[in-house]
Design a protein around this ligand. Structure first.
Ligand SMILES: C[S@@+](CC[C@H](N)C(=O)[O-])C[C@H]1O[C@@H](n2cnc3c(N)ncnc32)[C@H](O)[C@@H]1O
Length: 353
């Protein structure tokens, strides 16, 4: 029985050329007509709860806004969100942002204008992101700053980002770096550093959700890696995979524009079944197995070579001091229904004011 409720949809057309982009997005991308996008919406919307538009910049697809308007008017039960570099939000009418979307994520990778613009290779990156945060704060709608944590993210950057989140009354979400697309090995962070960051944040924030790999050791509840279970991703080719970071024929459960392909067919496709049957030999008899279930499938595949491996941040595999990690105390208090909560392995928190 198909349990997919959360869909990510990316057109892969972007106005930036970020150093770390998992998709290597450029100005070229999805060129489907509005009628084709509408056909997909009609196939998926009756069954799902929410859609996040990411991968590429929403507004760069000339049909994206009409698609969101169509979904809002025809399927009002489907919540929509956008992950944006800010340009979509500053170009839209504020009232329409609020009418169409339930929550918005604004990407900000550094609290410093030059570093953020250099990382995103676009001179307006900072202006758009801060402009969008100002609009969203004024609209009083749920919004988050989303930061990609890489090997170059310092604790002082995290302090600065927490300050900006406080200023614009935003959550702070962490997209832990995945090595794929333009994102090279030099940006990858170690398990030790990932855990250092959790410890650093532990007395500064309240968590809304946390990656399952951290949850077991910290003794808190988490949704297991949702890939292929409750969430999936529509790519620009219209192939559907389990996750934004995994694409291509190997990961495709089918092309949603093909006749006879719908979310039921995707859910029962061989690759989606294989993902759900994932077993990680190294997790057998591990005290945390029940909560983390091998952690995030994408960090196993992209960093450790296969879905039968553990998540790259597994503290047991990395021989970290488990007793010390168990003493880290975090506060986990889910208070909202953010579209990003449960759609992929991610960490969302709110700064303690
Ligand atoms: C690919 S962007 C697309 C949406 C929009 N254009 C934006 O910049 O937010 C979506 C999010 O993925 C993050 N991201 C990009 N490459 C990544 C990678 N290799 N690993 C993890 N997150 C990544 C970005 O920092 C951004 O927060």
């Amino acid at each position: 029985m198909n349990k997919i409720k959360k869909v990510g949809w990316g057109f892969e057309i972007c106005n930036m050329h970020c150093r770390h982009c998992y998709n290597s997005s450029t100005e070229r991308g999805c060129k489907y007509t509005f009628e084709q996008l509408k056909e997909i919406a009609d196939k998926i919307c009756p069954q799902i709860e929410d859609i996040n538009f990411g991968t590429g910049e929403f507004i760069c697809n000339p049909n994206a806004l009409d698609l969101a308007r169509y979904i809002k008017d025809t399927y009002p039960h489907v919540k929509m969100a956008v992950t944006s570099n800010g340009s979509t939000i500053v170009q839209m009418e504020p009232e329409e942002v609020k009418r169409l979307f339930s929550d918005i994520d604004i990407s900000l990778d550094y609290p410093d204008e030059k570093k953020h613009c250099d990382f995103r290779r676009h001179e307006k990156s900072w202006e758009w992101a801060i402009g969008a945060l100002r609009v969203l704060d004024e609209l009083q709608m749920p919004h988050s700053i989303v930061t990609c944590i890489t090997s170059e993210t310092k604790n002082e950057d995290l302090e600065g980002l927490l300050g900006i989140a406080r200023q614009y009354r935003a959550n702070l979400r962490f997209n832990w770096f995945r090595k794929v697309g333009r994102g090279n090995e030099d940006l990858r962070i170690t398990a030790r550093r990932a855990w250092e960051i959790i410890e650093f944040l532990s007395d500064k924030v309240v968590f809304e959700c946390i990656d399952p790999i951290f949850a077991g050791v910290l003794g808190v509840e988490a949704i297991p890696c949702p890939a292929g279970r409750i969430s999936c991703r529509i790519h620009a080719s219209m192939d559907i995979s389990c996750y934004p970071f995994l694409k291509g024929a190997e990961w495709s459960g089918g092309n949603i524009l093909d006749k006879g392909i719908d979310l039921d067919a995707i859910y029962t496709s061989a690759i989606f079944q294989k993902l759900r049957a994932r077993k990680v030999a190294a997790c057998q008899d591990c005290e945390f197995e029940k909560t983390c279930k091998g952690g995030c499938i994408t960090r196993a595949v992209l960093h450790n070579g296969s879905m039968s491996e553990v998540d790259d941040y597994c503290p047991v595999a990395a021989s970290l001091d488990i007793n010390r990690l168990k003493r880290i105390k975090i506060r986990l208090q889910p208070t909202s229904e953010l579209v990003h909560n449960g759609y992929l392995c991610t960490t969302i928190c709110r700064p303690i004011v």
